[in-house]
Structure formats: C-alpha cells, structure tokens
Design a protein around this ligand. Structure first.
Ligand code: ARG
Length: 263
C-alpha cells in the first residue's frame, strides 16, 4: 500500500513537471505563427557569415546562414537576417528584436549568465594573423607581449588578448575588415580571430600569414544564443543541429562557404 502511494505521488510529480515544461514558453508557436525566424548576426566573419554580391545583389551568406536556413526550413518558416555589430547582438536578443543569434559565437561562461545556448555546432581554434615579413617573430604567445593586438569588439578574442598577452596594447573595433587593414598598415602588429576566419583572410592577402603562436581556447566552438525564456527553441535547435551533423551537412556548408569566398 505504502509503495503504491509513493508511486502515485511520483507519477503526479512527474506529470506536473512535464506539464509545466510545455507551458513555460510559447516561442515555437510564436515563430510558426509569424511565419519567420529572425536571426541576428554580424556578417563580416567569413566563412561563418559575410556579404557577397550574387546576381548583382548584395546577400548575406556563409556556414551559419546555411545552418539558420536549414533550421527555418525545418520549422517551415522564412528566414529573416538582421546584420549588426557583434557587440550589440546579445542586447538585441534580450530585447526580443531577434529570435536567436548565430554569429560564430562562443558559448562562454560570462554570456551563459544572460542567455542560453544550443549545443556547439562547430569546433574551431583561435589563430593569430600577422604580416608575412614578421613570420619568424611570433612563434609563441609570449612573443606578443607588449605588442599592439587587434581584436573585434566584444568578442572572446578581446578576452584572450587581455588575459593571454602580457601588457598588450589592445585595439578593439567592430569591423574585422578594418582590423585587417590596420594590420597591413602597421597600426597593429597582430590580430586574434577564429582560425577559419584567419585562413580566409590570409588566403586573400599574400602580405598576411598565420603565426605559429596559438591562443588557448577551452570552449573552442560556436553555438546559437537564445533568450533565457525560450527553452523550447533551444530544444528545437539542438535536434536540428544533431540532424545536420549526422547528415554531415555542417561540414558541407563550411566547404560551400569557403568556395563562395574564393570567387
Ligand atoms: N567566437 C568569438 C566570440 O564569440 C568571435 C565571434 C565573431 N563573430 C562574428 N560574426 N563577427 O566572441
């Protein structure tokens, strides 16, 4: 008898929890009702996301955009892209201006305090970009000590420059393209960006190379940021990412994006 009571109580508790889960947010319904998934990104981070003239029209393309498109297709809605400064993305998310942020964003502990993240959909390391002529001067991170280091504003690279480079003179600005120009014109000595991004820029600029020095990055990956009140969206994103990964689509999107960059 006692056991039956305990069992009943348990069943009731589980049912309550489950019912609660279903009710906590209506985000998926909202997205489906509105017929569109609105994403926030910062489209100057090839091959993750970048602008590209296609058929005479400026378009935003890249691995993240292909992933977002696949998710929108999965949900049966249109994809709407809002391109903005990287350091404004999480504020836009919290203000409800976008449904999610996909921007090669690293799910670090600091951000996790204010937003939730999907699982990591792409692993990457960090890279240091320097001028070709300095190739032999930056063998390890300590060679950057006291140097002028450029990073994109509000990124984990800014954190890396602050914590892993002693006495760094940091230039933190919004545009990665401008950072590359500053490196070429010797306003900065080195840039820290995700390695795939470093590779794209270096392949287009013979006067730049990737240094042997490699920053540490214990998270080392990108995830999609979602408002803390939308667990149903996180769940949908995780299962979409699992599906894409199982079909090897994410790697294919990466290759597609890199090929688009070449042209
Ligand atoms: N992974 C780094 C971060 O999360 C840099 C991402 C920059 N992304 C971009 N689209 N500009 O801070």
């Amino acid at each position: 008898m006692k056991r039956v009571v305990v069992l009943l109580a348990l069943v009731m508790a589980i049912t309550t929890v489950l019912a609660g889960c279903g009710k906590t947010d209506a985000k998926m319904d909202d997205i489906k009702k509105s017929g569109k998934l609105v994403i926030g990104t910062n489209a100057e981070y090839p091959p993750y996301e970048f602008h590209k003239q296609i058929d005479g029209k400026d378009q935003i393309v890249g691995m993240d955009i292909s992933i977002a498109q696949a998710i929108a297709d999965e949900l049966g809605v249109q994809l709407e892209i809002k391109d903005m400064a990287f350091d404004g993305l999480l504020a836009a998310l919290q203000a409800g201006k976008v449904d999610m942020v996909i921007a090669g964003m690293t799910p670090d502990e600091k951000r996790k305090k204010s937003v939730d993240f999907s699982k990591i959909y792409y692993q990457a390391q960090q890279g240091v970009v320097i001028r070709s002529e300095d190739k032999d001067s930056y063998k390890q991170m300590s060679d950057l000590d006291g140097k002028k280091v450029g990073v994109q504003l509000g990124t984990t690279q800014e954190e890396i420059a602050k914590t892993q480079v002693k006495d760094a003179k940091i230039t933190a600005i919004a545009s990665v393209g401008d950072l590359m120009l500053q490196l070429k014109s010797k306003k900065v000595d080195a840039l820290i960006v995700e390695l795939p991004v470093a590779q794209v820029y270096v392949s287009k600029n013979p006067e730049l190379v990737i240094a042997d020095a490699k920053p540490n990055d214990d998270v080392g990956g990108s995830a999609i940021a979602v408002h803390k009140k939308n667990p149903s969206l996180v769940k949908a994103l995780d299962s979409a990412i699992d599906k894409l990964a199982a079909e090897k689509k994410i790697d294919a999107f990466f290759v597609d994006a890199s090929n688009l960059m070449e042209k």
